[in-house]
Write a protein that binds this ligand. Structure first.
Ligand code: GLA
Length: 675
């Protein structure tokens, strides 16, 4: 079994004898017990095995592989073909190293009976100075909340909700003691998978430690017939010698290198919080007019346009345009939208069915439920079994017809409940469902090149590198409250780049928290992401609309930088404020935000250091105009706020810049241009 001797910087050619561990006195096994890429109990490894499974008679439960072949594929990839002749198993390992390391493992049953896979989870060994962990917790409307702990014993992050989930994120960071955004050595591991998962950080009593990640499989969920294979989800590993921000930047490069990258992220107007289920052509046309007038480029018609979907009790599964609300079809609204230079997007939730729907009445057997048990509903709906070909075919037909008939540039693909006791022909079906979703999306994409897709699951419940290989955007959270968004988006940015981070300006009073915030603060919060509006503009004042138009214009001007540059989250000593920015690849242009969330304990705000700039360049620093988000207070503010200033990158990185005294919920937005 191949072993990773060192993870981290490129150390060049090495004589491996320098790193060989002794076999000390007192251990009870007479040889070294390697921590392989797939850890093997059969090799004496005493921690969590990376492969667990068995044949019907219980045999082959503890394989030990040997390398048959090794191939170099280009400059960046190495592949190993392994087998265990006794167990009748083959294993292929692939390592692709470019910005990040992608580790792939595929297990093949070469025996003549079935092989049940319970776990196939590769490991990344870590140095013993990786003493701290960062994982994520969360909930609906509060996704991506980082959690710190020490790397001791066994930490397992487990998700059994059938989708990526709000509660756990398939990602972990391990790093040197007290690592921060700019300091410490940091290793990040993400699992490219949108279903159940388990990520373990294990520190062994012998001093070794590793992070192991794979799909969480239920008993009997993956049973390989002779000749069949199981491909484990890829692990994507990022390393940084200069803190968490550096590891995030590497993860961002991964998303930026996928097929979906590079498209201009259009400013969106989404109808959900504007009208909810009250679809009415005249109102929506007026909303589209108002959206176009402030500079919106894409109008997305949310839930409520189809079947019997007048509220969330009915209609999912019936993907035809409702004559009750759209008597002449969607053409009148789409034509209206496109005539104003915007493109049109449509909300769908293809994986779901309401018991009150024609689809369910015709095919109750198509759901992910278990025969004989009363199913648990979620938002009055059930999950369809996308492991079934006939279900995928039906959904493809329905979606294809819509996108074919209408001028639809974008689908908001929602998934609003967990999978509970979901069986596919009697056995656990979450694995097959996720593969089915991937296949359906891929099929839609190849039938409709150029169609963009947003991944939504009641907000950020399906955000991972697996879904991001086939979608352009994540709906980060159903929460549009800008204070909440500051922390949600900061957590999100640890894993994914801003151009895939759906960020909308909501109404003054947030629907999910009932808190009120100024338009400037809401705009400065949404500015960095895939920007949009989710607000009934028909009730907005003329002044608000003018302010909104100005914010949209600022976003459009800065978007090439914001969506291609390096994201920097700055270590800032004041817990009342957070600082983040984006620096262009060549270091010549940057935008930073000093966000005053709550009142600071000091009278004068602490100096704000701007990490990530080129120390050798000289920058002209100005406050960005066009977004009214700065609420200074006090007698006199620093002169540079009005006049701008000039400083070297080294000065800004080490000494920092002085923010004015600010009220909470206001933002100092700075633009830096190198001379
Ligand atoms: C989910 C989404 C929302 C909206 C509603 C529609 O909650 O996250 O943005 O689309 O569904 O029902």
């Amino acid at each position: 079994m191949p072993e990773i001797v060192s993870a981290g910087p490129d150390l060049g050619e090495a004589d491996l004898r320098a790193f060989e561990a002794p076999i000390p006195r007192g251990v009870n096994l007479d040889q070294a017990t390697p921590l392989g890429v797939v850890t093997e109990h059969a090799g004496g490894f005493g921690g969590r095995p990376g492969i667990v499974g068995a044949r019907p008679d219980g045999s082959a439960w503890s394989p030990r592989f040997a390398v048959d072949e090794m191939h170099l594929a280009g400059d960046h990839e190495v592949q190993f073909v392994l087998s265990d002749q006794i167990a009748g198993l083959g294993l292929e390992l692939r390592f692709h190293l470019e910005h990040t390391l992608t580790m792939s493992a595929t297990l093949t049953n070469r025996g003549d009976t079935t092989y049940t896979v319970q776990r196939l989870a590769p490991s990344l060994p870590l140095p013993s100075h990786a003493e701290d962990l960062l994982t994520f917790s969360g909930r609906w409307c509060r996704e991506f909340q980082p959690q710190r702990s020490s790397f001791e014993g066994l930490t397992v992050v487990e998700n059994r909700r059938g989708r990526t989930s709000h509660q756990r994120v398939p990602a972990i960071f391990a790093g040197s003691s007290g690592f921060s955004e700019q300091s410490g050595e940091v290793f990040g591991v993400q699992l490219a998978w949108s279903g159940n998962f388990e990520i373990a950080a294990e520190a062994l009593p012998d001093g070794r430690r590793h992070v192991q990640a794979g799909e969480l499989l239920s008993p009997g969920e993956v049973v390989l017939d002779p000749g069949d294979s199981y491909r484990a989800p890829d692990l994507v590993v990022a390393w940084s010698g200069q803190g968490l921000t550096g590891a995030s930047q590497r993860f961002h490069q991964v998303v930026r290198s996928t097929a979906t990258a590079g498209t201009e992220r259009k400013v969106v107007c989404n109808t959900w919080e504007a009208v909810y289920f009250n679809h009415d052509l005249v109102t929506l046309q007026a909303l589209a007019d108002a959206a176009a007038a402030v500079g919106v480029e894409r109008f997305v018609l949310d839930d409520g346009w189809f079947g019997g979907r007048r509220d969330d009790n009915a209609g999912l599964g019936d993907w035809w345009v409702s004559e009750a609300v759209w008597p002449t079809g969607l053409a009148p609204i789409i034509d209206h939208v496109t005539a104003r230079g915007m493109d049109f997007g449509l909300w769908v939730e293809p994986e779901m069915v309401n018991p009150d729907s024609d689809l369910y009445r015709a095919h109750p057997e198509w759901t992910l439920t278990t025969a004989g048990y009363e199913p648990i509903l979620g938002r009055h709906q059930l999950v369809l079994d996308l492991g079934r070909t006939e279900v995928r075919d039906l959904l493809f037909g329905a979606l294809h017809e819509l996108v074919d008939e209408y001028d639809i540039a974008y689908l908001k693909w929602d998934m609003n409940r967990d999978i509970v006791q979901g069986s596919h022909h009697g056995h656990a079906g979450a694995h097959g469902h996720v593969l089915g979703v991937y296949e359906l999306i891929d099929r839609m994409r190849s039938a409709h090149p150029g169609l963009e897709i947003e991944s939504c699951a009641s907000g950020g419940g399906r955000a991972d590198l697996g879904i991001l290989r086939r979608t352009e955007r994540i709906w980060t959270s159903d929460c549009n409250d800008a204070v909440e968004r500051q922390s949600i988006q900061r957590g999100f940015s640890m894993l994914f780049p801003p151009e895939v981070m759906g960020a909308h300006i909501g109404p003054e009073r947030a629907h999910t928290t009932r808190r009120r915030q100024d338009l400037g603060f809401r705009a400065a919060t949404a500015l960095f992401g895939h920007f949009g509006i989710e607000w009934n503009l028909l009730s907005a004042s003329e002044a608000d609309r003018a302010e909104l138009a100005s914010a949209v214009a600022v976003h459009k001007r800065l978007r090439p930088l914001l969506h291609r540059g390096r994201v920097v989250r700055v270590d800032h000593p004041d817990p009342a404020a957070i600082v983040h920015g984006v620096v262009s690849g060549d270091g010549s242009h940057a935008v930073f935000a000093y966000v005053q969330l709550t009142p600071s304990s000091s009278m004068v705000p602490l100096s704000c250091r701007l990490a990530g700039l080129d120390p050798d360049r000289t920058y002209h620093v100005t406050v960005i105009e066009g977004i009214d988000c700065l609420e200074p207070h006090g007698r006199e503010q620093p002169a540079w706020i009005e006049q701008g200033t000039t400083a070297t990158g080294a000065q800004l990185v080490h000494r920092g810049i002085q923010p004015p005294a600010m009220h909470p919920e206001s933002v100092l937005l700075m633009e830096l241009v190198a001379s």
